[in-house]
Structures are given as C-alpha cells and as structure tokens.
Design a protein around this ligand. Structure first.
Ligand code: PLP
Length: 219
C-alpha cells in the first residue's frame, strides 16, 4: 500500500457514506518507522502524523518541521503526566486523555505554554484490563470534568480489542459521542479504517498500510 492508495480508498469510503470528500482527517501513524519512509510520505504531501511516544516524536519531528511547512502532530499513545509539558508544546492533538489528573495537568500547562492541543478522550470500549482509556461507565463524569476545566474537548477515541469485530466498538464509540454532544471520532486503523468511516469516524489513524510493516526499534 501507499499513501495514494490509502487516500483513494478513504475518499471512496467518504463518498459511499455521503460524507464530503476530504472531510475525514487521515493521520499517518509514523511511530517506529524509519525516517526515510516519513520523508517520502512528507514529499508526497501528507502533513498530519501520529506518534505514540512523546520522546520519539521529540527526537525526530523538529528536523522535519524545519524542512516542511504545515506539519500537524497527533499524540495517539498513552501520556504520562511527566511528559505532558512536552506533549502540550509540540502536539496539535492528544487522543489519549483518560483520567482527571491528566486533564488537570494539561489545563495547567496549556495556561503556561499559551497553547492547548485539541483533546480526545480515549475510551476502553472493550474494558480490557491491559488497555488505556476510561471505561464507558466512567466516561460521562470525565467529560464533565474536562469541560469544567474549559479544555478544547473535540471527541472520543478507541482501539477495539484485536480479536473482536471492530464495528461493534466503533458503533459504541459513535453512540457515546452523540449522547455527549461530541463531534470528533478518532477510530479506525490500517485493517478497518473504511468501516470506521462508514460508522462516522472523523479521524482515522493509519500506520502500516501507508508506511509498510513497522521496523522494531533496536534495544
Ligand atoms: C500503531 C497505532 C495505529 C496504527 O496501526 P496500524 O495497524 O499500523 O494502522 C493506530 N492507532 C494507535 C493508537 C496506534 O498505536
């Protein structure tokens, strides 16, 4: 797959479901990818990228930002509060807000830094013990707290359990967002982004289908 093939499939899914072409944001997930591949995708015009880890992003994006205009970075992995300042200063969106303490930290740092990324609350729709995200039952309380902090809450994000039908989880996330008056839906990855668009995704996070299989980092 290439960026062009994925973009073509994304446009087709938008049109099939009556969405405006180009209305879904394609986040190219560049975590653990060699720099040459990112360079090639930037050269093809892609500007929105997703990273899982603050430190990895800090290590390589400043150099790309010096060479390419208009890059937008989205943090899609779990965020520890001790990395929150760096995240607030470098990312345009954080998709992994999942607890009050983190939201409070982001609010304080956003004041300091004079900027605040768009925020998505990650929902653990499969209630998997090892996975980040707020449980569906606790979501409304967290939404209320985030709103009380006057943070720019845009939507919800999920990563469905690997062994289940992703559509069930996308539907649940869309229902939770609608019930809470949220428009943003960050859902869908390489194997299921078209299904996600059909179920209302506003942001899809596609890694390996654009860049190729991830190259594991050397220890
Ligand atoms: C790695 C990752 C992706 C992209 O996964 P692919 O299957 O390579 O498309 C999307 N979202 C999150 C949260 C990820 O960690």
């Amino acid at each position: 797959m290439t960026l062009e093939a994925i973009t073509t499939r994304l446009r087709a899914a938008e049109i099939r479901t009556g969405r405006a072409p180009g209305s879904v944001t394609l986040i190219a997930v560049s975590k653990v990818q060699p720099s040459e591949r990112i360079d090639a995708v930037l050269a093809q015009g892609q500007r929105v990228f997703g990273e899982n880890r603050v430190q990895e992003a800090q290590g390589r994006w400043p150099a790309f930002q010096a060479r390419f205009e208009g890059i937008s970075l989205h943090l899609i992995g779990p965020l520890q509060t001790n990395k929150a300042r760096a995240a607030v200063s470098m990312f345009d969106a954080i998709h992994s807000v999942d607890r009050l303490k983190l939201a409070e930290t982001i609010a304080r740092l956003a004041d300091d830094e004079g900027r605040c990324p768009d925020l998505f609350i990650q929902v653990n729709t499969g209630a998997e013990p090892q996975k980040a995200g707020v449980l569906p039952d606790e979501l409304e309380r967290l939404i209320a707290s985030v709103r009380a902090l006057s943070l720019p809450l845009k939507g919800l994000m999920c990563i469905p359990p690997a062994d289940q039908d992703a559509a069930v989880h996308f539907r649940l996330l869309a229902a939770l967002a609608a019930r809470n008056g949220l428009e943003g839906l960050s859902m869908g990855m390489s194997d299921d982004f078209e299904t996600a668009v059909e179920l209302g995704a506003t942001h899809v996070r596609v890694g390996s289908a654009i860049f190729g299989e991830r190259v594991p980092p050397k220890e």
